[in-house]
Design a protein around this ligand. Structure first.
Ligand SMILES: C[S@@+](CC[C@H](N)C(=O)[O-])C[C@H]1O[C@@H](n2cnc3c(N)ncnc32)[C@H](O)[C@@H]1O
Length: 353
């Protein structure tokens, strides 16, 4: 909960650190993504587009000095704000103390990524951009349901969230997010609406979790998309011919076969056979920075030293052929097509985790 000491920082004149911007008693830290909304009309517009009800418990991430918080308090029943910076927490307390809002604002001091989030109806936030991806998936996997999240993102990240098959920015992030939520672009926001202005433009996006959620194994889905988007513009046929991909899939396949055989024989799983994995790739829904869009890089096609066999390669190719996917590219595949292809692989005993 809120607490800590106020550190009064004085404006530094000539030798001011370039990453800080002094304003109103608080120096803003770029490292914490502190770009405060300074345009009240924009704040009004975000709150209005969020469609807040007077009965709503609102989650705000990174309230900063409280410009958005104030409008959220006016619109909803309660605001629960998670803020990393103790100076901001104190500023918020100072700002709302003794006002009718004070007993409807709960401030949790901490890193939102490490905080167990409470139940809420709607999330409205101007977030630090460096946590965009993990925060989005933290919200999407939140155990209790909420109506929607209305979030300010860096423009390019926002456009990736909403991108459709065939769009330039369509990527693993687009497919992943849209599996769990309906996503729409609400508002373009120029950099001059912030103090200090960030280097990039921003956009407000609405994310409505799908209820019920999709019936997929999250790790399996994530592992599958990672493979499909190794090169989004290459054909799936050439991606799935790569030694590293085949060898990982065959390892998973053999592990599963061994587990099944052992269950049939003894009713007990075989020892040491349950570590199907994707190398060291985590389930983490981090940004798609590793995705390669260029067609220049060499693919490690053909049989190699990974131990993969030609029969297994044929099995994988047959799955692609069966669904008509061999010549298709991830950059143009719809979510339904990805789900269908994954179901074909799984039906053949081929798994991605
Ligand atoms: C872009 S500013 C938004 C401030 C305010 N909401 C506004 O719009 O004027 C982001 C805020 O998130 C806070 N913050 C940064 N990292 C955070 C984290 N991991 N968890 C919670 N808050 C964080 C920063 O201290 C800052 O106050």
């Amino acid at each position: 909960m809120a607490g800590g000491k106020i550190r009064k920082e004085k404006p530094k004149a000539s030798n001011r650190a370039p990453s800080n911007h002094y304003q109103g008693g608080i120096s803003f830290h770029k490292s914490k993504g502190q770009h405060i909304l300074k345009n009240p009309l924009l704040v009004d517009s975000i709150v209005q587009k969020a469609g807040i009800k007077s009965t709503d418990v609102i989650l705000e991430i990174g309230p900063g000095t409280g410009n958005l918080t104030k409008k959220l308090l006016e619109a909803g029943k309660e605001v629960i704000a998670v803020e990393l910076d103790s100076r901001m927490v104190l500023e918020l307390q100072r700002r709302f103390q003794g006002t009718p809002f004070s007993n409807r604002l709960k401030v949790i001091q901490g890193d939102v990524l490490k905080t167990e989030l409470p139940r809420f109806d709607i999330c409205v936030a101007n977030i630090p951009y460096q946590i965009s991806s993990p925060l989005t998936f933290k919200l999407l996997f939140h155990p209790t349901s909420f109506r929607c999240a209305v979030i300010m993102y860096q423009r390019e990240f926002a456009m990736r969230l909403v991108a459709q098959p065939g769009d330039n920015l369509y990527c693993r992030l687009s497919v992943n997010t849209q599996l769990y939520a309906r996503v729409s672009h609400l508002l373009k926001v120029g950099k001059n609406n912030f103090r200090p202005p960030p280097k990039v433009d921003s956009s407000v996006v609405r994310i409505e979790p799908r209820r019920p959620g999709p019936q997929v194994n999250k790790k399996e889905w994530d592992g599958f998309l990672r493979v499909c988007f190794i090169r989004k513009n290459k054909t799936l046929g050439s991606i799935f011919k790569q030694k590293s991909v085949l060898s990982m899939l065959e390892k998973n396949f053999k592990t599963l076969q061994a587990v099944l055989a052992s269950l049939q024989n003894n009713g007990e799983p075989a020892l040491n056979t349950t570590s199907m994995d994707l190398g060291d790739q985590s389930m983490g829904m981090e940004d798609d920075d590793n995705e390669m869009d260029d067609d220049d890089m060499e693919m490690d096609e053909g049989e190699g030293d990974g131990g993969e066999t030609s029969e297994f390669k044929e099995k994988v190719m047959n799955v692609l052929k069966e669904g008509g996917f061999e010549e298709k590219r991830s950059s143009k595949l719809s979510q339904q097509e990805f789900l269908y292809l994954l179901s074909l692989f799984n039906k053949s005993g081929i798994h991605f985790t």
